[in-house]
Design a binder for this molecule. Structure first.
Ligand SMILES: [Zn+2]
Length: 487
């Protein structure tokens, strides 16, 4: 079977111009697993296009040999709007100059639409639910009538991606090491295998439905949001959607493109999309870390920036990462504002030397665990205090004030994530079986999206803000503590 090449036509924005998006299908339509991969939503990030330049001939050869078992969709450069933004001999590909939107934001959250279409039909049969949800998501996209280029690009590309088993969105940073962003809900075997096959030194996980509607975010979050809306139904994470950051913008070379393509091809074999032997899984370079444990270095003022450490360096708390130098201060060292690491970890992304810095600019990011440890310490102190209160007074009512303070502290936690959170969740679940775990303890801390029913079930009013969350937290923790006392 021949490789299929198709074009998406975007509507004309000005007389005499029309853009298209080229996409390719390897394997058969509707075969499983379906893998969707695209590059350059930020149109000035081309390492992914280089990877796909090498991967597509490998896929074509596999197609000729009849080895493609699933369906593989490739969109080598998916953003012709951003690709054409040439201004004064410079290329601006990250933001749409027309709307000033970041090209990788405001993709379509279809969960509400899908819930309306098939919510009542979702039940205990996970396979049937997956088919219903995929059908409803495609129907929702088909019903949309986008009017301009950007909207059409979003709708038409999501028609190709939304029913995929795996979505890979290929990006890069200004100066970075290879790193992978995934959802906490997808952590485990397949994501870690992807990181291991790619040789990614850093893997980070996020809340299952972050507020920023990134391309990979909306494709994966559809399942997490629906699972949250319909806790009684069996809704698996049917789409592993991942953002792969292929190092720095200038890390485009034949050697890297070929190596990355071989690594990804091996992963496609491992996932069963292509017949063959993947061989032993390489060792994962480092365990996944939570985005909540990340140290983001925001510039305190303006000047120009110069770094002390390269991307990929292991750094320690207090270590100088970069200096902001005020060019109008003649005082030598007095002109320098140093920026220091606030956590131990891997400096996985930074800017280029010599750029202008401004207040609030992100100068670097460090994947670390220490902040997380501090956050977890707050949570465990909270539980200890509640437990002590329950042991002393015996009734949940008497501990209401403690519970309220705890609620406020816990609501302020950014991301407890990881093993301790899982143990913590298990304690609450064991003691309060009626409460769906994700409703009370989301990966980003205490989450209360769609938790109204759970709170009512515990005898607390539905939470609407940080103050009304406290009684519900108090009730849930009181319940857990009560159970511990009984034991
Ligand atoms: Zn990007």
């Amino acid at each position: 079977m021949a490789v299929t090449k198709r074009f998406i036509s975007l509507p004309r924005m000005t007389p005499g111009t029309q853009r298209t998006i080229a996409w390719f299908r390897f394997g058969r339509a509707n075969a499983r697993p379906k893998i969707y991969m695209q590059s350059s939503v930020h149109a000035d990030e081309l390492p992914g296009a280089m990877l796909l330049h090498y991967l597509m001939p490998m896929l074509a050869a596999a197609e000729r040999d009849g080895r493609i078992r699933g369906e593989v969709i490739v969109v080598p450069t998916m953003n012709p709007i951003g690709q054409a933004q040439l201004v004064g001999n410079a290329h601006f590909g990250r933001y749409d100059l027309q709307s000033r939107d970041n090209f990788n934001r405001n993709w379509l959250d279809l969960s509400g639409d899908v819930a309306e279409r098939v919510g009542r039909k979702l039940g205990a049969d996970a396979e049937r639910n997956v088919a219903l949800i995929r059908g409803a998501a495609l129907a929702a996209l088909k019903a949309m009538e986008p009017v301009n280029e950007m909207q059409t690009m979003r709708v038409e590309l999501m028609k190709l991606s939304i029913d995929a088993d795996v979505v890979l969105d290929l990006h890069c940073d200004q100066e970075a090491i290879l790193h992978v962003f995934t959802s906490e809900r997808d952590l485990g075997g397949p994501v870690e295998a992807l990181s291991a096959d790619l040789g990614a030194p850093s893997t980070m996980y996020n809340h299952p439905f972050p507020a920023a509607l990134t391309f990979s975010g909306v494709n994966g979050a559809l399942w997490a949001r629906l699972a949250n809306l319909f806790p009684e139904a069996a809704i698996p994470s049917a789409c592993m959607s991942v953002t792969v950051e292929l190092r720095s913008q200038h890390d485009v070379s034949h050697a890297l493109g070929e190596r990355d393509a071989r690594n990804l091809f091996r992963y496609l074999i491992r996932r069963g999309a292509i017949a063959g032997r993947a061989g032993p899984l390489p060792r994962l370079a480092s365990a996944p870390t939570p985005i909540g444990g990340m140290d983001v270095g925001y510039c305190p003022g303006t000047g120009f920036i110069v770094y002390h450490v390269p991307a990929g360096a292991k750094v320690r708390t207090g270590q100088p990462i970069c200096d902001i130098i005020d060019p109008r201060n003649p005082g030598g060292r007095a002109a320098i504002t140093p920026m220091r690491a606030r956590t131990d970890g891997i400096l996985f992304s930074r800017k280029r030397n010599g750029g202008i810095a401004w207040p609030g600019m992100v100068a670097y990011r460090i994947a670390g665990r220490k902040l997380l440890a501090q956050q977890l310490a707050v949570a465990s102190r909270c539980v200890d205090t509640l437990l002590a209160c329950r042991l002393a007074a015996g009734t949940a009512d008497a501990c209401a004030a403690v519970a309220e303070r705890c609620g406020r502290k816990l609501a302020g936690l950014a991301d407890p994530g990881g093993g301790a959170r899982a143990r913590f969740t298990a304690t609450v679940v064991k003691s309060c079986a009626a409460v769906p775990p994700d409703a009370l303890v989301l990966p980003s801390g205490l989450g209360f999206v769609s938790a109204a029913a759970a709170c009512v079930g515990l005898g607390a009013p539905p939470p609407t803000n940080s103050e009304t969350i406290a009684p519900c937290v108090g009730a849930a923790y009181g319940c857990a503590a009560g159970s511990l006392i009984r034991r």
